[in-house]
Design a protein around this ligand. Structure first.
Ligand code: PEP
Length: 254
């Protein structure tokens, strides 16, 4: 059975102490309350990573990830952080291609393909985000947009590398807006993504790929969304900033 994952994306929130406090609460709740096979991931700002890895070390149910990495190995890129640096502090995951990175930092599918390569090279698991904007959905080109994001962003990988990825479908119109895709809308895209993977890599890899949903997911709507056949968990923004809400979402898989 493919892995079920609930991953939090703190974005640019929480100072150092606030982050440690929130994460400590999450660790305790995860240890006490998570009884299934699901995995919980917290993707924090860079400044927290090392400390969170240390705090979460004892828990096999919990991992830590970053929210971005530079595409180069190292060099004169002032202010940037490399995949190797992230891995060196013990983080295991990295979000790549989040719509906020695409929108505000001009990250293209072609650039993201390079980021995916360097992340895998340094044994980080990319949580690769795809999703259409409202305009693209209204223009009824959302399937084309998603196909292009898959093809240009990750379909250059060979099968063994591809099998390491986690994919997150995040309709841009649902991120941070309080508007959630209906479970039927989300499932329709998730099965489309899985079918595209099957066409490229075969059914067995497609069946093993974890595909998360992201976009205003909360403790009230998570069970309905995660109950869909092709939705394997969630990438959680706002609700991951409250330990109770975040762990309640993860508990859906108990
Ligand atoms: C996200 O940032 O990936 C996200 C899904 O945010 P939110 O849950 O706040 O919509």
């Amino acid at each position: 059975m493919r892995k079920k994952i609930v991953a939090g994306n703190w974005k640019m929130n929480l100072d150092y102490e606030e982050g440690l406090t929130l994460f400590s609460e999450v660790v305790n709740m995860v240890n006490d309350e998570i009884t299934g096979q699901q995995h919980v991931i917290v993707c924090s700002p860079f400044i927290h990573l090392h400390s969170l890895v240390t705090l979460g070390k004892a828990s096999t149910k919990l991992s830590v990830g970053a929210q971005n990495a530079h595409q180069a190995e190292s060099g004169a890129y002032t202010g940037e952080i490399s995949a190797k640096m992230i891995r060196s502090v013990g983080a295991e995951y990295v979000i790549l291609g989040h719509s906020e990175r695409r929108q505000y930092f001009g990250e293209t599918n072609e650039l993201l393909a390079k980021k995916v390569d360097i992340a895998l090279k340094h044994a980080l698991v990319p949580i690769f985000c795809i999703g259409e904007t409202l305009q693209e959905r209204e223009a009824e080109i959302h399937f084309d947009v998603i196909k292009r994001q898959l093809t240009a962003g990750i379909f250059h990988l060979d099968a063994s590398e591809f099998a390491k990825l986690v994919i997150a479908y995040e309709p841009v119109w649902a991120i941070g807006t309080g508007v959630t895709a209906s479970s039927a809308q989300a499932q329709e895209i998730h099965i489309f993504i899985r079918n595209e993977i099957a066409a490229k890599y075969g059914q067995s890899i497609a069946d093993g790929t974890t595909i998360l949903y992201g976009g205003s997911c909360n403790p009230k709507n998570a069970a309905e969304l995660f109950g869909q056949a092709d939705i394997d968990g969630g990438l959680i923004g706002g609700a991951s900033l409250k330990s109770r809400d975040f762990v309640d979402i993860a508990r859906v898989f108990n």
